[in-house]
Write a protein of this length. Structure first.
Length: 293
């Protein structure tokens, strides 16, 4: 916003202790629309139609589901320059329960033409993707984790749009993960490494455009692929990988790890606890791989 005078930041009556600095520095380009998310997307569309770069911030269910019709018709149909920044992917808002869980957003957002979807693993990667977003024309959705998401990357790297990042090389087994839960995949791979078993890990930081070439390459040279996500199994990363393997005739077996077809009714102070009870933490991943090798 400092470098682009034709930029705006919109928020839906939240983000306190996170966005005050933006409001103070750019009072004329900061708009708190209030609890009116459909209007918020409409205002963003109007600003974008007048040549502005618009950033919209909210908790994921209220950013993607409540105004989905407006995102579809106002932003994506018209291919407008609006960046949707969603807070709290997966179980990041664990203590607030299922109304605040974000487990459907990838499925619904990836169905829309023209949109780019980022799923950063940590703050460092989110910054890299925000830097890319400044130069991408058209609607963008950035699915961030929670405030307490652990740091995975110590420094910035050359992040490529639509190109997954190999975190470690594997042989017979590969884990493809997206978002902050990537840390659990890396931890599981390290445990296997202690027993001289090489488990590959891919960080799929971009979900649209999707790195079909990398998935096809892995599926052709491995025995087992495990997808890992804080999202319903239906329609998310696992579905994306399954679609590529079905079209590419991949020979590997696919295991999709995510939330089964049920509402998560447990509440917890951390997403780490939610992962544990669903078997999506490092120990759950290790057990799943052992069962399927």
């Amino acid at each position: 916003m400092q470098s682009n005078p034709k930029s705006y930041f919109l928020v839906g009556d939240l983000g306190y202790h996170a966005v005050e600095a933006i409001e103070q520095e750019f009072p004329n380009r900061f708009i708190n629309v209030g609890i009116a998310e459909q209007d918020m997307i409409g205002i963003a569309a109007g600003l974008a139609l007048n040549g502005n770069k618009v950033f919209v911030y909210s908790i994921i269910p209220f950013l993607t589901m409540r105004p989905f019709e407006q995102i579809r018709n106002d932003l994506c149909y018209q291919n407008l320059d609006v960046v949707l920044i969603g807070a709290g992917g997966g179980f990041a808002y664990g203590v607030l329960g299922p109304t605040h869980f974000a487990l459907e957003d990838i499925a619904i957002m990836r169905s829309l033409p023209n949109i780019t979807i980022f799923s950063p693993a940590d703050e460092t990667e989110a910054v890299l993707q925000m830097n890319l977003a400044k130069h991408i024309k058209g609607p963008i959705y950035i699915r961030t984790g929670g405030r307490t998401a652990p740091k995975i990357f110590d420094k910035r790297y050359d992040l490529k749009l639509g190109k997954g990042k190999i975190m470690c090389e594997g042989e017979d087994v590969w884990i493809i993960a997206t978002g902050p839960i990537l840390g659990e995949a890396i931890e599981a791979a390290k445990e296997f490494a202690k027993k001289k078993i090489k488990i590959g890990v891919v960080n799929m930081h971009t979900l649209k455009p999707f790195d079909k070439k990398l998935v096809a390459s892995i599926s052709g040279k491995s025995k087992l692929i495990v997808t890992l996500e804080e999202h319903f199994i239906a329609g998310g990363l696992g579905s994306l990988v399954a679609e590529v393997m079905a079209e590419d005739h991949g020979t590997a077996r696919l295991i999709r790890m995510g939330v089964d077809d049920r509402f998560m009714k447990e509440v917890a102070t951390t997403d780490k606890y939610a992962r544990k009870i669903l078997g999506l933490d490092a120990m759950g991943i290790i057990q799943k791989i052992k069962e399927n090798l």
